[in-house]
Design a protein. Structure first.
Length: 198
């Protein structure tokens, strides 16, 4: 598939068929995540990969807002949790020298490559947050507690922070076409391009 077609085809898909993904496709998708830029070539990210039914069953309670509104998201046979390792960057350089949190930026770039690689494999996916149930108000302190419960459940070490999770699978056959008018809502190209000066 041509790269321009991959970009055109990529969209947020939250509903999947109950179909497996070939293991070799999973490995190609994961390998693609390693190909992004990395500040100082530190590569301070890791992927928690969930493909076994029991692991996926244990995972979905950490994304209640996704499963309530789009229950077919749980058909995704692959969930990847990109984890940013801040300490690996700070071991190389003191934090005040970093103009941006590159541990998160590098991990986000890896996540984008994973999403594009999934499209190249004829699959779809989306990136979402790990959050408590938003049906009720919760204090800000509940989000770190929720992430800590996730860490405990999957043995993720302290300091490896999930930037979200990526569900990957075969788009549901009956998924309606992209909402009419979505293209019109996309910002005009010229509105975010500033050449030479703002």
């Amino acid at each position: 598939m041509e790269f321009a077609e991959i970009l055109r085809r990529r969209r947020t898909v939250r509903e999947f068929e109950d179909r497996p993904i070939a293991p070799e496709a999973v490995e190609r998708i994961l390998a693609s995540g390693q190909r992004g830029p990395s500040a100082g070539y530190i590569q301070g990210f890791a992927f928690l990969v969930l493909t076994e039914a029991e692991d996926l069953r244990r995972f979905w309670p950490f994304a209640p807002n996704q499963t309530r509104y789009k229950p077919r998201v749980m058909n995704a046979p692959l969930v990847i949790v990109p984890l940013a390792d801040r300490a690996s960057y700070l071991e190389r350089r003191a934090e005040p020298r970093w103009p941006a949190p590159y541990w998160q930026i590098d991990t986000a770039m890896a996540a984008m490559l994973i999403l594009l690689a999934a499209v190249d494999e004829g699959l779809d996916g989306f990136l979402f947050w790990l959050m408590p149930d938003a049906k009720e108000e919760f204090p800000d302190s509940e989000i770190p507690a929720h992430v800590q419960r996730f860490r405990d459940e999957f043995g993720v070490p302290e300091g490896c922070d999930p930037i979200g999770a990526i569900a990957v699978g075969h788009r549901a056959d009956d998924l309606p076409p992209q909402r009419a008018g979505i293209a019109a809502e996309r910002r005009e190209y010229e509105t975010f391009i500033h050449r030479g000066r703002w």
